[in-house]
Design a binder for this molecule. Structure first.
Ligand SMILES: Nc1nc2c(c(=O)[nH]1)N[C@H]1C(S)=C(S)[C@@H](COP(=O)(O)OP(=O)(O)OC[C@H]3O[C@@H](n4cnc5c(=O)[nH]c(N)nc54)[C@H](O)[C@@H]3O)O[C@H]1N2
Ligand SMILES: Nc1nc2c(c(=O)[nH]1)N[C@H]1C(S)=C(S)[C@@H](COP(=O)(O)OP(=O)(O)OC[C@H]3O[C@@H](n4cnc5c(=O)[nH]c(N)nc54)[C@H](O)[C@@H]3O)O[C@H]1N2
Ligand code: SF4
Ligand SMILES: [Mo]
Length: 908
């Protein structure tokens, strides 16, 4: 039966841009017990960008546009489990509550800890924070935002008196000088990046400066790229402050009226400043580039500094951010149209987490631990036992677990065994803990594997609540699917434990809107303009008003009933004096905490989200970059005998990983440094958890770990053979030194390699695969094996193994799994990997939206398409989300270079 299409507007669950998403689906088609496979989610149509959402105005990036491909139920955690066995909600919740009670009774409240996530909805986060800090009575609730935003929060608070993002997205478009520091927004905040691209096109006078040791896709729009030495940012910003002072280019009236401490800040800045020539040393960039940048900054009042993890994830992250804020205060460039320091958030609800007080050094609703604030929150919550002091920050929290000080740990919506520094030590800590509870929507994460109790959480599309994006805009996430199995929303799970601990009244919520209302009331409670975070205008909404809530920027109160676009435009700050504070920052390079002669930088790729639990479900997203890798400079590679495409072992005293070497010949990667993506886990790779190599060095103020600066060594990882497997069936982890797993459009795929003969592996695979007819071609002397398995003429698996890594694209083979019966010709061609008499296929997918491959694009370039626009017209690539445009341009450039080189050779 065909039913009418229904439509829901919701918010993307990935990055902090917070795009609105419109979902269409056939109502009534999906029952909670349905075991949805990707094919069955057909009743949910491809999602679209929400036209009216002020973050994206109808656009979505690749990850957002693939959302409907990630909602199937494969790998979902469906039922509560205890020690691997299914149990009832009632038993699981009682066990959790009883253990918390017993631990409090025996060891005190500080032996209990929660570790949450910027991917919880505000309502989930609020309830978790309230339970911990008001009812368990400890502040040992920290979150993965410690790895992400802690330095940004600390620096805003130090200087502005509150954790307040001054500006908004429009400022990125209205500015004349956009400085992007430690941000690869082209991949990490693609829709904002597209907005910037469009603004720059409309205003060719607008300049973009990118400050990043790597030349990333973001540099595609840079008028100037400063490839600074890792960790040297503060030298740059201190020197710029000194330069502005010496050029008499500071805003003296703003400084006088609205700030304190300029003299000391100038003095400490000048201590690390120097002439351009001298500065070029610590920064490792040319003095002429520095000069140009400083002149642009001096001459452009409308400046936005947009910064992300290259700033925050550093042992000097708070200082780096304060050096940036100092500059904006000294020039009065804050809270004005097109002029602000702007820390961009990463997770969809990092901001919501900050609002509820989800970090261990916050209490609630932008209040901390002063006696007055504790009293206020205690009265509001009618809390029996309010936390007295800040709790452990993430790294210390897991240390305390390891030392046996924390006996009960509840991890919600985060995967610390992959994302924390020294990740194997976190594993060890969890092993020693008396009870570890994990709430996740997925069953097979590295962290769920190490827990005693698993609680199934409802996921995006199933849950209801709010998130706040990077510009303080609150948007609704609305459910449109029933949850599978017995999965429940996080706020419900936590409230049930609260009730079982004897706090029925305080956790008596029936709907996410009840929680939101309380959160809004707390923000307004005895506020009277004292605190920036104020949702008094949203108090008392009915459930239907909550359901209909349109995106709005906080605060929402009498003064700003429709939200406030910018803070500090009135020169008022939330410090005791009402003035902003300059912070004395001393520039220093990161210290060495590991053994190795290369520096490993880590971060994101375009199409995966963190530990891949959801993005890895989409074959389309897996195609852009299929394997974990290390970008390496050619000199570093040569020195170590590493060739492009080799497997390499990256190691230090903490551990080792095996990834594919990408020798970067075009200057994008600095010498002496590597870049490794953060995403691959034990579910998707044999050995790629790069967090196992990273030391637990943290910023002394924010506690944020230094995740982008680790000494490592690299050497070739020589194997006897390499190969790939395609299979209709998921074959699980493989007994091979190297394997990478991913889904394909028609099943499952593996890259594999090993130091031993492949025969044992082939036998294992045969045992895991169904019975059928094997077609085989082999040359054991070269470890060369090609096998295909058919049942009733239908392809079940192919295994290609060779001592040299020389396999072409697999697209043709992947598509053969669609054939009900293979044609005689295709059957013959199987072990060649391509149709008889034809050349390779479309190649690695560059444009995920329209599935356009590298070979197709190269063909069109050779036929005369010389701009990204022309390619778009010919092939549609780059015309939807635009995320691949930097790569299209790079391909055009590379093809031009190749043609020039060929011409030169002919001329000779
Ligand atoms: N596709 C995708 N998008 C995402 C995410 C994802 O997983 N995938 N995650 C989201 C989250 S939670 C976050 S926090 C954001 C992060 O977004 P970004 O911060 O933009 O991403 P990263 O790749 O972590 O790091 C940014 C850059 O910092 C540079 N860097 C390293 N060291 C230094 C330094 O010392 N100084 C300077 N100036 N730069 C340095 C790195 O070379 C890197 O290019 O992305 C969000 N968006
Ligand atoms: N080396 C290095 N390490 C890093 C970084 C880096 O750049 N380099 N970046 C850091 C940063 S900025 C971040 S934000 C972290 C991210 O790291 P993590 O937070 O560890 O990574 P995620 O994969 O986002 O984990 C989210 C988990 O929550 C589950 N989940 C999804 N939705 C829900 C839900 O509604 N409820 C529940 N209960 N669970 C849900 C997912 O299945 C997944 O297991 O990594 C940090 N670690
Ligand atoms: S930019 Fe992409 S990942 Fe980020 S919110 Fe928008 S659609 Fe989602
Ligand atoms: Mo993040």
């Amino acid at each position: 039966m065909i039913t009418e299409l229904q439509q829901t507007n919701t918010t993307c669950p990935y990055c902090g841009v917070g795009c609105g998403v419109t979902v269409q689906y056939q109502a009534g088609e999906i029952s909670p017990t349905a075991n949805l496979t990707t094919a069955q989610t057909g009743s949910v149509q491809p999602v679209a960008g929400m036209q009216a959402h002020p973050a994206n105005f109808g656009r979505l990036c690749v990850k957002g546009s693939a959302l409907h491909e990630t909602i199937d139920h494969t790998d979902r955690l469906l039922y509560p489990t205890m020690n691997g066995k299914r149990t009832s909600w009632d038993k699981a919740l009682s066990l959790v509550a009883d253990k918390i009670q017993q631990v409090i009774h025996t060891h005190g409240p500080d032996a209990v800890a929660f570790y949450g996530s910027g991917q919880l909805l505000t309502e989930d986060y609020y309830v978790a924070n309230k339970l911990m800090k008001g009812f368990i009575g400890s502040a040992n609730m920290d979150t993965n935002s410690r790895l992400c935003m802690a330095s940004a929060v600390a620096s805003y608070k130090r200087s502005l008196g509150s954790d307040t993002v001054p500006g908004n997205y429009e400022d990125l478009e209205k500015t004349d000088l956009l400085i992007m520091v430690g941000s690869n927004a082209a991949w990490a905040h693609p829709i904002l990046f597209q907005r910037i691209v469009a603004a720059k096109k409309a205003n060719p006078a607008m300049k973009v400066v990118v400050i990043d040791p790597r030349r990333t896709a973001t540099c595609d729009i840079a008028d100037l790229h400063l490839a600074i030495r890792p960790g040297s940012d503060t030298f740059l910003f201190n020197a710029l402050l000194t330069y502005m002072d010496q050029s008499n280019a500071l805003d003296y009236s703003f400084i006088h009226n609205h700030t304190d401490g300029i003299a000391e800040a100038l003095e400490s800045a000048s201590a690390s400043s120097a002439t351009f020539e001298e500065l070029a040393q610590p920064l490792d960039v040319s003095s002429s580039d520095l000069n140009l940048f400083f002149e642009w900054f001096r001459d452009t009042p409308k400046t936005v500094t947009f910064y992300s993890q290259g700033v925050n994830q550093s042992s000097a992250g708070t200082d780096k951010a304060n050096a940036i804020i100092n500059l904006h205060l000294a020039t009065g460039r804050i809270g004005k149209e097109g002029a602000s320091p702007f820390s961009i958030t990463g997770q969809p609800n990092a901001m919501g987490g900050r609002e509820v007080g989800g970090l261990a050094n916050q209490l609630a609703a932008h209040m901390d631990f002063s006696a007055a604030e504790r009293d206020l929150v205690r009265r509001f919550w009618q809390a029996p036992t309010i936390a007295e002091r800040p709790g452990h920050k993430a790294v210390d929290l897991f240390n305390a677990v390891k030392e046996g000080k924390i006996k009960f740990l509840w991890i919600m919506s985060t995967n610390p065994l992959v994302s924390m520094p020294d990740a194997d030590d976190v594993k060890e800590a969890m092993k020693r803990c008396e009870l570890v509870v994990v709430s996740d929507c997925m069953a097979n994460t590295d962290t769920t594997a190490a827990a005693h109790v698993l609680l199934p959480a409802a996921s995006w599309g199933e849950k209801n609540g709010t998130v706040t994006n990077s510009e303080r805009r609150i948007s609704r996430q609305r459910g449109f699917l029933p949850s599978p199995g017995e999965a429940m929303p996080d706020w419900w799970i936590i409230s049930q434990v609260g009730r079982r601990l004897g706090h029925e009244e305080a956790f008596n919520y029936e709907h996410a809107s009840d929680v939101f209302d309380e959160h809004a009331r707390l923000s307004a409670f005895e506020n009277n303009g004292k605190r920036d975070f104020d949702l008094s205008g949203l108090v008392g909404m009915s459930r239907s008003q909550y359901d209909a809530l349109a995106p709005i920027q906080w605060p929402v109160n009498d003064q700003y009933p429709s939200g406030r676009a910018r803070f500090f435009d009135d020169g008022h700050f939330y410090t005791a004096t009402g003035k902003a504070k300059f912070i004395n920052v001393e520039a220093r390079l990161p210290e060495v905490h590991s053994q190795g002669d290369l520096v490993m930088n880590t971060g994101r790729i375009r199409d995966h989200w963190h530990t891949m639990t959801r993005t890895a479900k989409s074959a389309r997203l897996g195609q852009h970059i299929a394997e974990p890798y290390a970008d390496i400079h050619p000199d570093d590679a040569n020195l170590r005998g590493i060739k492009h495409g080799d497997l390499v072992e990256i190691h230090n005293e903490r551990g080792h990983i095996i990834v594919r070497a990408q020798v970067i010949n075009d200057g994008r990667q600095r010498k002496g440094e590597l870049f490794v993506p953060m995403h691959w886990t034990n579910r998707y790779a044999s050995k790629a958890r790069m967090g196992t190599l990273i030391a637990k060095t943290t910023d002394p103020i924010s506690g944020q770990p230094e995740l982008k600066f680790t000494q490592v060594n690299a050497r070739p990882f020589n194997t006897a053979w390499q190969g790939f497997i395609l299979s209709r069936k998921d074959l699980g982890p493989l007994p091979a030194d190297y394997w990478i797993y991913g889904v394909t459009e028609t099943g499952h795929g593996y890259e594999i390699a090993d130091r031993e003969s492949p025969l044992a592996l082939i036998e294992t695979l045969k045992a895991r695969l169904p019975e059928g007819d094997w077609i085989t071609l082999s040359d054991p002397s070269h470890n060369h094996y090609r096998l295909a398995l058919l049942t009733d003429g239908r392809l079940q698996a192919v295994i290609f193994i060779h001592q040299n890594y020389d396999f072409g694209a697999r697209q043709w083979l992947i598509e053969r799994f669609n054939d009900e019966t293979l044609s005689a010709n295709d059957r013959k061609a199987l072990l060649a990997g391509r149709p008889l008499g034809k050349q390779a296929d479309k190649g690695a997918i560059i444009c995920s939206c329209f599935q356009v491959g590298e070979n197709t694009i190269k063909n069109s370039i050779q036929q005369g398409c010389s701009t990204a626009e022309a390619l778009g017209e010919a092939l549609k690539c780059g015309t939807n989300c635009g995320s691949c445009i930097p790569e299209l341009k790079a391909l055009i450039q590379r093809e031009a270079l190749a043609t020039n080189a060929a011409d030169a050779m002919t001329a000779e």
